[in-house]
Design a protein around this ligand. Structure first.
Ligand SMILES: Nc1ncnc2c1ncn2[C@@H]1O[C@H](COP(=O)(O)OP(=O)(O)OP(=O)(O)O)[C@@H](O)[C@H]1O
Ligand SMILES: N[C@@H](CCO)C(=O)O
Length: 325
């Protein structure tokens, strides 16, 4: 149950005094999620999600909250943070930062079909374009500097083969990040965690409708192609082996490319970016598994899954040109 900080009806009523969102109708804890306290909040004006941030601080949150606001204002389907009477979109409850955002329609689709893949990809391309003029900047906090800092802490838990793999890939990525090719990659605010469980769909399997993207709390400025690689590494794979499923992969990349065409640099960088995206989650899962923080101990994700994904991405890859052709 992802309610680390209980919220009572009386707490919600007191909070709603500071918004123009009407009166409390109901409040229900959300069981999914491992990072924040989330409640579905229904008021006389609509349905919302109340989040109490358990890890992120008041100072770290504006980048994420204002990014969602910026995107929502441009019609991108993301939770829209609600504005308090004082003009802010962040407040406090039980000494935790908290926000109320709109509840999106739809639910998580564990086994997406080609239409789901194409819709997610189109929405990601639109998100990248819509975020181009977002004025705040914050790097992806789970990028190279974090890998460099975290890998030494997890090395003692790895066997010789894993040790060799992780240190080799880190060295290759350090060279890649320092390269001219890397500097040419288009970048901007990116979701950086667009797994299947962070996309909601309404409609039917035959005619899915995009509900929207949730969980922007790993977002940051990064290369757009990294955001795509993170996504396809989760959406377009055979779950047991981590190898790509070609039909979903073509659907994803083709739909993205139709809205925001890939550059030559992105095509060249593709195999290394796929590995970067796999490494990012192998490292975070190893870290959460061996060195968990209290708020993250409920459901440690399996680190070996991303070890397999990384190994699969180190095999020769089909070129981006071929995949979108
Ligand atoms: N704006 C929203 N609209 C509809 N449903 C939402 C919304 N925000 C969250 N949810 C629901 O709440 C669940 C938990 O939210 P979320 O995934 O953001 O949890 P978390 O603990 O913050 O993050 P994590 O995924 O890192 O554990 C989601 O799976 C989704 O079902
Ligand atoms: N998507 C991440 C969890 C953080 O949201 C993972 O699967 O490791």
């Amino acid at each position: 149950m992802a309610v680390f900080t209980p919220v009572t009806d009386a707490d919600a009523r007191a909070l709603l005094q500071h918004y123009n969102l009407g009166e409390l109708v109901s409040l229900r804890g959300i069981s999914a999620g491992i990072e924040n306290t989330n409640y579905f909040l229904t008021t006389t004006t609509g349905e919302y999600v109340l989040t109490l941030f358990e890890v992120l601080t008041f100072e770290q949150l504006p980048f994420y909250i204002e990014l969602m606001h910026h995107l929502a204002e441009k019609g991108i389907p993301v939770p829209s943070p609600q504005t308090l009477k004082n003009g802010q979109r962040l407040t406090r409850m039980h000494d935790k930062p908290c926000a109320i955002v709109t509840r999106l329609d739809g639910s998580y689709v564990p086994e997406p079909n080609l239409k789901h893949c194409a819709l997610a990809a189109q929405t990601l391309a639109q998100t990248h374009l819509a975020a181009q003029d977002y004025p705040l900047t914050q790097p992806n906090l789970r990028s190279l500097p974090w890998w460099e800092q975290t890998i030494p802490a997890i090395l003692p838990f790895l066997n010789a083969e894993q040790h060799q793999l992780i240190t080799t890939v880190l060295t290759e990525q350090q060279a890649f990040f320092a390269s001219e090719l890397y500097a040419q990659l288009p970048s901007g605010p990116a979701h950086c965690d667009l797994f299947r469980d962070n996309v909601l769909f309404a409609g039917t399997a035959e005619q899915p409708v995009m509900g929207g993207f949730i969980d922007f709390y790993f977002a940051g400025c990064d290369t757009w192609i990294f955001d795509i690689a993170v996504s396809v590494n989760d959406w377009c794979i055979e779950r047991d082996t981590g190898t790509f499923l070609l039909e979903p992969l073509r659907a994803w990349l083709g739909a993205y490319h139709a809205i925001r065409p890939f550059t030559e640099a992105e095509k060249q960088a593709w195999p290394l970016v796929l590995q970067a995206a796999a490494l990012r989650f192998w490292v975070s899962r190893l870290y959460d598994f061996y060195l968990p923080r209290p708020a993250q101990t409920l459901k440690p994700h399996d680190p070996t899954h991303f070890e397999r994904v990384l190994q699969a991405r180190r095999q020769p890859q089909i070129s981006l040109d071929e995949l979108i052709g």
